[in-house]
Write a protein that binds this ligand. Structure first.
Ligand code: SIN
Length: 279
């Protein structure tokens, strides 16, 4: 089940600030509590963790996710996917867009956004299709004291109107369709612009391109420049890591302190991923 090397610390950081690759663990196995606790600890320390050469089916994928919390059912894929607990992210040859190609934190229109997601590579292109991640603790910590004071007192408005619903064109040119039917209803929530991570206690910047549409109490022409600055600032190269997928690879990110972006550069090739989100 678990290679003794794991306990010797087979956790290799992939950059100075974010991401580590872990070897010596079989995620398809029924892992013991100590191993799950170590994976959780690695996630908290590194923000996003990666595994290679894993082999597990959808049921094993869900079992793994449940060890970290309840499965989060994505409301905007309801009815478009065979299993509501799974989002299959398919990029077919000829697609012009992919799921998640703007910098985002997942599903922040919800009052309680998911804590994380486990993404598994089923079919990968021979080149391209990498995923970028950005450390939002650093994004917050590197702001000036004045900017921290300003955003500490503000809440941002998050909506799913840019990514789903009849008014959104997010699924055009994309094999993986979100809901765009007339019965869809917008979900809106507000969150502090800097959240405190419930497990690490560190503060993280919490705004993203896909869902953050405004700032409570500010006019659009006041909030837009501030949001644009913060979103750009949060993606500075030194805050990021980039993961090159191989078949059977897994990324597990902490959605409370990490943003991510899928790069749409896989040329004429298919890319198939299976994602389970954790509430
Ligand atoms: C996502 O945004 O969850 C998709 C990331 C990816 O496909 O690389």
């Amino acid at each position: 089940m678990i290679d003794p090397a794991w306990r010797d610390g087979d956790v290799q950081p992939i950059t100075g600030e974010l991401g580590a690759e872990i070897s010596g663990v079989d995620l398809g196995a029924d892992l013991d509590d100590a191993t799950i606790a170590e994976i959780r600890q690695a996630l908290l320390e590194h923000g996003v963790i990666f595994f290679r050469d894993q082999e597990f089916d959808a049921e094993q994928h869900k079992r793994l996710a449940r060890r970290f919390g309840e499965i989060f059912v994505h409301p905007n894929y309801a009815g478009t996917q065979a299993d509501p607990e799974i989002v299959m992210i398919r990029r077919e040859p000829g697609d012009t867009r992919v799921v998640g190609e703007d910098w985002h934190t997942d599903t922040t229109m919800m009052p309680k956004p998911p804590m994380g997601a486990i993404l598994y590579a089923i079919e990968v292109p021979p080149f391209g299709g990498d995923t970028l991640f950005a450390n939002q603790y650093l994004a917050y910590e590197t702001l000036s004291d004045g900017m921290k004071r300003l955003i500490d007192g503000l809440r941002a408005i998050h909506s799913d109107r840019l990514v789903a619903g009849p008014q959104s064109r997010a699924s055009v040119g994309r094999s993986t369709k979100a809901r765009h039917d007339d019965a869809w209803r917008e979900t809106v929530s507000t969150h502090p612009m800097a959240i405190r991570h419930p497990e690490t206690g560190r503060k993280a910047l919490f705004v993203n391109v896909s869902y953050t549409v405004g700032i409570e109490g500010l006019a659009e022409d006041e909030s837009r420049p501030l949001l644009d600055f913060l979103m750009e600032h949060g993606n500075r190269p030194e805050f990021t890591c980039r993961f090159r997928w191989t078949q059977g690879a897994v990324a597990f990110w902490d959605n409370r302190c990490v943003k991510h972006l899928a790069i749409n550069d896989a040329g004429p090739f298919r890319r198939v991923m299976r994602r389970v989100q954790i509430a």
